[in-house]
Design a protein around this ligand. Structure first.
Ligand code: ATP
Length: 399
């Protein structure tokens, strides 16, 4: 599909394809890293008139993430397409990536009526590594990465306000991922206050996702029904204190010392347990096994444990695997348990740009996809993209 370059440039400043030549962005492969997130804290502040809950949460991106490659589709292809490899997730039009592309196209059509309506279809490849429906924000992160990648592929921009509106329309966590770094989120997630990076190498985490589905709406429903912490103010106080300390600049050592507090700073934990009763025994068993505080991310079911180094977190992955094999850690639900060692995101050099490939890998405000593979001896791998495929950020996992 081609468009009139003069019309597009004159009317809107958007990039556009020439009526004669290939469409705008043809031959470009935009590669984006889509990190998972952890809620270090999650306080539910109240319920709003629109039915959403207002939150106070300190959120951080992880080195574990998905990879998206977005290209302008060959002219023979009529619509946007998505191919998925790695973990299973539907590649249909309900996938947040395709919904993000549709939403960006619609917003561009409003902002640039002469050019925006006729943007060429996109082909997207997703390497899915973030456990799905696990409280790790995978779908939202993919959506944020797809917004940026679609704009880059079409070589255009949206105003910050309409980009923010597109993000918020796709999901409560999407604005956080657009901000690309640690942040305090308030409202239902639409207010994002970026926080400075940690003052030293960030800690490692063990992520344990039991193989049972926990629906986020069901957890909020249980919270409304009264499944709440005994002390209703505790999570809020811990969350606000942590935000204040991170704003002032916090070291990894100081954060590690807060682990016990963080384990008590998720208001949705009792609700998650009321939705999936087996989770309580699971968490207690995991605590006994690792001998450290166990925290829940978001509405669960992923539980996480902080470690000073990636090597420590990897040891914990092996311990979890062994415990599962020996029946010392209960298996929940129909799915397989996943255990992953990764790092909270830290600063690194910008990724290389290769010929013919815009290796547009963004991770944190100055971060790269440095998640480490189980088998890799190196703690951090350099980010990169290739014409054949996206970078493959990896995490230690046991499935
Ligand atoms: P939330 O708390 O926002 O519900 P989550 O972090 O617990 O999300 P996700 O991995 O984002 O979990 O999956 C939530 C739902 O979104 C799943 O039912 C999944 O099928 C759907 N989904 C749509 N697109 C994607 C995607 N690209 N990746 C993962 N899940 C997706």
């Amino acid at each position: 599909m081609t468009r009139d370059r003069d019309g597009a440039e004159g009317g809107s400043g958007m990039g556009a394809g020439s009526g004669e030549g290939p469409p705008v962005g043809a031959g470009l492969h935009i590669v984006r890293f889509a990190p998972a997130k952890l809620n270090l804290t999650l306080a539910v502040m109240g319920r709003r008139d629109d039915g959403y809950h207002s939150l106070h949460s300190v959120m951080v991106p992880l080195m574990l993430g998905d990879a998206l490659t977005v290209s302008v589709a060959p002219q023979a292809i009529a619509g946007d397409t998505l191919r998925v490899s790695g973990l299973a997730v539907s590649p249909g039009e309900d996938n947040l990536i395709l919904r993000a592309v549709v939403a960006v196209r619609a917003a561009l059509a409003l902002e640039h009526p002469r050019a925006g309506a006729d943007l060429p279809p996109l082909s997207v490849r997703l390497v899915k590594r973030i456990p799905v429906a696990a409280g790790l924000g995978g779908g939202s992160s993919d959506a944020a990465a797809a917004i940026e990648a679609a704009l880059a592929a079409w070589q255009t921009t949206l105003t910050p306000a309409s980009k923010a509106a597109v993000a918020a329309s796709l999901g409560s966590d999407v604005p956080f991922f657009l901000a690309q770094g640690p942040a305090v989120i308030t409202g239902r997630g639409e207010f994002v206050e970026p926080l400075p990076a940690m003052q030293s190498e960030p800690p490692a985490v063990l992520l344990v996702t039991p193989g049972l589905a926990v629906s986020t709406p069901a957890v909020f429903g249980a919270f409304e029904g009264g499944a709440r912490p005994a002390d209703p103010a505790r999570a809020r106080i811990i969350s606000e204190n942590l935000a204040a300390r991170l704003r002032a600049g916090m070291t990894t050592t100081a954060l590690l010392q807060e682990a016990q507090q963080l384990a008590a700073a998720n208001d949705l934990l009792p609700a998650a347990i009321s939705v999936a009763g087996e989770l309580e025994v699971f968490i207690r068993s995991l605590e006994r096994l690792v001998g450290r505080p166990v925290c829940q991310s978001g509405s669960g079911p992923t539980q996480w444990v902080m470690y000073p180094t990636l090597a420590d977190a990897r040891k914990a992955v092996r311990m979890v695997r062994l415990a599962v094999a020996r029946g010392n850690l209960p298996t929940l639900g129909d799915g397989e348990l996943s255990a992953i060692a990764t790092l909270i995101a830290g600063p690194t050099a910008p990724p290389p740009v290769r010929r013919g490939v815009q290796s547009d890998v963004h991770f944190g405000r100055a971060n790269g996809p440095r998640t480490v593979h189980n088998d890799s001896g190196a703690d951090v791998g350099a980010p990169g993209g290739s014409a054949d495929g996206p970078p493959e950020p990896k995490g230690d996992r046991s499935r």
